[in-house]
Design a protein around this ligand. Structure first.
Ligand SMILES: NC(=O)c1ccc[n+]([C@@H]2O[C@H](COP(=O)([O-])OP(=O)(O)OC[C@H]3O[C@@H](n4cnc5c(N)ncnc54)[C@H](O)[C@@H]3O)[C@@H](O)[C@H]2O)c1
Length: 318
């Protein structure tokens, strides 16, 4: 049993992780400002909850005092949101990460950090690996890269045990389907459930390396259990190249009357995204990813049953 803090624990990945950690008997502390996360995602009787911003360094130091590991998932997500307010994105994602690292340095806690494949930005080479050059195109990506720099520096300079994971497109139960910045899969499923047409930017040939939440949690849990440390980043995606058109075909098996609108491409959207998972498999040899069609079906079934619990939540506070 470990004492584990999850920042962003009321959000999609965080709340799934909290549930997993509790089921394994760990003691869990959550730090979240509820800006996109939902309190209803958490069983408040089973955890210590701090409604707190990552920008509050002193409050954070107190909340994280005495923990063995910090899974740092709290962030101002979304590229469009960062374009609207780059300073806020920097404050939370870059400075907030520095604040987490400071708390970890004092405690000797392991830090598992959630970066993003968006740090590759301008680099269109495929598949991606961790040795490739990075060139952020948005304030969100820049803030994640700044945070990556601090994570690596604290690992090297202060020997904070760090695990630097770069997520690609993670999806699954509890991902909010209906807010302004919702990710594509829950948004589409939700619209399909409500007999609304889904919007595809461009011709739908763009591809994504989707990762199911269970797979991402398996990696995080393994990183905690074995204290896996990384020197640089590790890309967390298994080398899928799934087009949006393929996704639509799979969705049609659940929603035969699905209506699709093809609209203008969104400026700044990446055309293709795919990881080369050599390092990931080397560091986490026991993790077997869930196949995409299975993962998509589970997500559809979850949203049909429990979608109301994450839909119609409060609007994102900007
Ligand atoms: N979901 C993905 O596909 C994906 C891809 C790449 C990177 N990531 C990263 O993974 C992490 C988790 O993502 P998610 O999809 O669960 O997003 P999410 O928005 O559901 O969760 C983020 C959580 O952080 C909280 N938060 C935001 N600002 C905060 C602040 N100032 N102080 C405290 N808490 C704050 C939110 O309320 C929310 O609960 C994020 O760091 C995100 O950037 C996710």
């Amino acid at each position: 049993m470990k004492k584990i803090a999850v920042t962003g624990g009321a959000g999609f990945i965080g709340s799934n992780l909290v549930e997993r950690l509790l089921s394994k008997g760990h003691e869990v502390t959550v730090v979240d400002d509820l800006s996109t996360g939902l309190k209803s995602n958490l069983d408040l009787n089973k955890i210590t909850f701090h409604e707190l911003s990552l920008t509050n360094r002193d409050g954070l130091a107190k909340a994280l005092n005495g923990v063995d590991a910090i899974v740092h998932l709290g962030a101002r997500g979304s590229v469009p949101r960062s374009l609207k307010n780059p300073i806020a994105t920097h404050d939370v994602n870059a400075t907030g990460t520095l604040n987490v690292l400071e708390a970890a340095r004092t405690n000797g806690a392991q830090v598992i950090f959630s970066s993003s494949s968006s740090v590759y930005g301008r680099n269109g080479q495929l598949p991606k690996d961790e040795s490739m050059w990075l060139s952020p195109l948005t304030p969100y990506a820049a803030s994640k890269l700044a945070a990556e720099g601090y994570v690596q520096a604290y690992g090297a300079a202060y020997e904070v045990p760090v695990t630097l994971l770069r997520f690609f497109n993670v999806f699954g139960p509890k991902q909010r389907p209906d807010h302004e910045y919702a990710a594509v899969l829950p948004k589409w499923i939700w619209k399909a459930m409500n007999n609304e047409a889904i919007d595809v930017y461009g011709d739908g040939s763009q591809t994504r390396d989707f990762t199911y939440i269970r797979t991402a949690l398996d990696v995080i849990e393994d990183a905690i259990n074995r204290g896996v440390r990384t020197e640089g980043a590790v890309n967390l995606a298994y080398g899928n190249r799934i087009s949006l058109l393929t996704t639509i075909d799979l969705l049609k098996s659940h929603f035969p009357d699905l209506k699709v609108n093809f609209i203008d491409i969104r400026p700044g959207d990446v055309k293709d995204s795919q990881n080369d998972p050599v390092l990931l498999k080397k560091l986490f040899p026991d993790v077997t990813p869930t196949e995409f069609p299975v993962a998509l079906s589970e997500t559809v079934n979850w949203l049909k049953k429990f979608g109301q619990s994450v839909a119609n939540g409060p609007a994102t506070i900007d």
